[in-house]
Write a protein that binds this ligand. Sequence first.
Ligand code: SAH
Length: 210
Amino acid sequence: MTSQRTRERLVGRLGDAGIRDVHVLNCIRQIPRHLFVDEALASRAYEDTALPIGYGQTISQPFVVARMTEIIIRHGIPDRVLEVGTGSGYQAAVLAMLVGRVHTIERIRALYDQTRQRFRALGYSNIRHRLGDGFEGWAAAGPYNAIILTAAPTVLPERLVEQLAPGGQLLAPVGDSSAQELRIYERQGDEVVMQSVEPVSFVPMLGGVE
Ligand code: SAH
C-alpha cells in the first residue's frame, strides 16, 4: 500500500487534476508521505486526501501541497522560504527538495516534538524549525523570498508581510472556517498586490503556543 506503484498512481492523479510542474510531481513521487502520518493511516497516505495528524490538525491534501508548491516556485526557485504551520512536516519536506532553505514554525509543542524527530530520522538538513506563534513570523532568519501559510488567518498578518523580501510572495488561505480562498500577495516596491487563486479549506491559524 506504500509501494512505488501507489505513489505513481497519486502522481498520475495530480497530473490529471492539473499539476503540470515536473519538479513538483517528482517531489511527490519521491517523498515517503506514509512516514509523515501515523502508522495506522500509512495505507491511505497516497490517496489524494487530507489525513488527521492528531491535536485536531491535518496533513494537507497532496493536490493542495502540489498546487501551493507550484505557486511558490513559479517565478524561479526561492532561496529562503518561511512556512507557518509545520504540522507533520510534509509541506516543508516538499519545499526542502526544491528551494535553498526552509524555515518553519509550529505552535503545538507535541507536533513540534514529533516532527523534530521525523526531520532528524529522514535527514532534512536544509529545514530549520521552531516552536512559536506564526503570527510573529521569524524575523531573525528573514527576509524571505516566499512565505507560505498552511493554516488560515481571517485577515492577512501584517507582521509576515514585513518579513517578505522585495519581489517576494506570500501564499495564504484567508477567511473563516466557512469560506476561505487561497491568495497570493506579492511585494512590489512599497505596494502589496493581491491575487485570488481558488477556494480552499484549511485549519484555522491560531495565536499563541500550546
Ligand atoms: N504544513 C502541514 C499542515 C499542518 S495543518 C503539513 O504538511 O502537515 C496546519 C498546522 O498549522 C497545524 O499543525 C497547526 O497547529 C499550525 N498552526 C496554526 N496556527 C499557527 C500559528 N499561529 N503558528 C504556527 N503554527 C500554527
